[in-house]
Design a protein around this ligand. Structure first.
Ligand code: AMP
Length: 397
């Protein structure tokens, strides 16, 4: 009774992992992609290695069914393992969900009500929950919200300086995202520093295809770069991050673009992709090697914005014990880590070039031993965090 099935349901995909919470290891995992397209793709890593196949997967219910069929066929057997719970990633929990929550019909309805705040994410998250509750009607299902870790933001950090009544009516405020990752990494950072999470101040940079940075004070999120939606803040793979809101009126009035076109431009065709034509940092580096000036500028803009936030969050916290890098870029890109923190020596932030070199598959200190502020690379593990939080809810229930 140590296993939790973790589901992350996107608009056309379901990612899953079977986590053994007693060891922290994944017993199996995989992916269903191209849900709703003419042919779906399934990939399952189990005890006998990888199984891949294509089949039509019309919707999330069929997707969950296909995952269960794979477990039945190639193992491990979910019946024999006696699952403790199913943990579901949900992106937007609004003001209501500040903790991991046992799902019932009322919670499902509330997640649906929050969909206008996360139209790309909450509906597929909910479709996955509904499909899994149908497949496992007797198991507890726990929703873990990306926004929950940020419920400790103080009003001055989450309030946008717009008309208060309008903001209240439409739920316009900073919510913050990637909370599961920021929570996991913050706890691991405290452990690496040999301190209690309540004692440490951190600046945590989750740099994946989506990217956000969080100021953590005494283990709690007090400021974060993503806002009402995951569009605000750092330069990302395909999202612009911060810009003057008047850019949007300008695109409407002068370029004649529709709201949906601007949404697509800023969420899907901006960031590194917009600047350099590719969204993966590996491709950016290859283009720079080949002499591409656009790619070189894209990397500079990316690191410039990151440095800006590190400095701002240092100022908000007053004292910083560690700067932490995580996720695809943070764990793998030594150039970004070095560049983003260059010039911050006066703040006590120094990267040791030798320690920093290369990809980090394990938790690593990349600052010199005598540095005032530790710089850490910590591989994130959102699935483990979701599984552990789900177990805590079930045991506390
Ligand atoms: P994630 O969203 O956390 O899976 O991160 C995905 C991103 O990590 C990719 O878009 C790349 O930009 C980046 N990434 C992955 N591997 C590497 C690598 N070896 N070097 C640099 N960046 C990487």
């Amino acid at each position: 009774m140590n296993h939790v099935l973790v589901l992350n349901s996107g608009s056309s995909s379901i990612k899953y992992q079977l986590v053994d919470v007693s060891t922290g290891e994944a017993a199996a995992g995989g992916l269903v992609e191209r849900i709703g397209e003419s042919e779906g793709v399934l990939r399952h890593d189990g005890p006998t290695g990888r199984t891949e196949r294509t089949q039509v997967v019309p919707d999330h219910t069929a997707g969950v069914r296909a995952v269960l069929d794979l477990f039945d066929e190639v193992g491990p057997s979910l019946t024999e393992l006696e699952l403790v719970a199913v943990g579901h990633r949900v992106v937007q929990g609004g003001d209501r969900f500040t903790e991991p929550t046992l799902v019932d019909d009322d919670v499902e309805a509330a997640i649906e009500e929050l969909s206008p705040l996360a139209p790309l994410h909450n509906p597929p998250n909910l479709a996955g929950i509904r499909a899994a509750r149908t497949a496992f009607p007797d198991l507890p299902h726990v929703a873990i919200f990306d926004t929950a870790f940020h419920h400790t933001l103080p009003p001055e950090a989450y309030t946008y300086a717009i008309d208060r009544e309008t903001a209240r009516t439409y739920g316009i405020r900073r919510y913050g995202f990637h909370g599961t990752s920021h929570a996991y990494v913050s706890r691991r950072a405290a452990a690496m520093l040999g301190k209690d999470p309540a004692e440490v101040n951190l600046v945590v940079a989750h740099l994946g295809n989506g990217a956000s940075i969080t100021a953590v004070e005494g283990g709690c999120s007090v400021e974060t770069s993503m806002g009402l939606t995951p569009l605000e803040g750092l330069v990302m793979g395909t999202r612009s991050g911060d810009l003057d809101p008047a850019v949007i009126f300008h695109l409407q009035r002068v370029a004649g673009m529709s709201t949906d076109e601007i949404d697509t431009l800023l969420n899907r065709r901006s960031g590194l992709l917009g600047l350099a034509g590719v969204n993966d940092l590996r491709d950016i580096h290859a283009a720079i090697e080949a002499g591409d000036d656009d790619a070189a500028l894209a990397l500079e803009v990316y690191c410039h914005r990151l440095r800006h936030y590190v400095g701002a969050y240092y100022a908000q916290l007053g004292r910083v014990d560690a700067v932490v890098f995580t996720a695809g870029v943070g764990e793998n890109d030594d150039v970004v880590r070095l560049e983003a923190l260059s010039g911050l020596e006066r703040l006590g932030i120094v990267v040791d070039p030798e320690r920093n070199e290369g990809r980090k598959k394990a938790e690593t200190v990349i600052s010199p031993d005598d540095a005032e502020v530790a710089v850490l690379v910590i591989p994130t593990n959102e699935e483990l965090e979701i599984a552990q939080q789900a177990v805590a809810v079930v045991q506390g229930a």
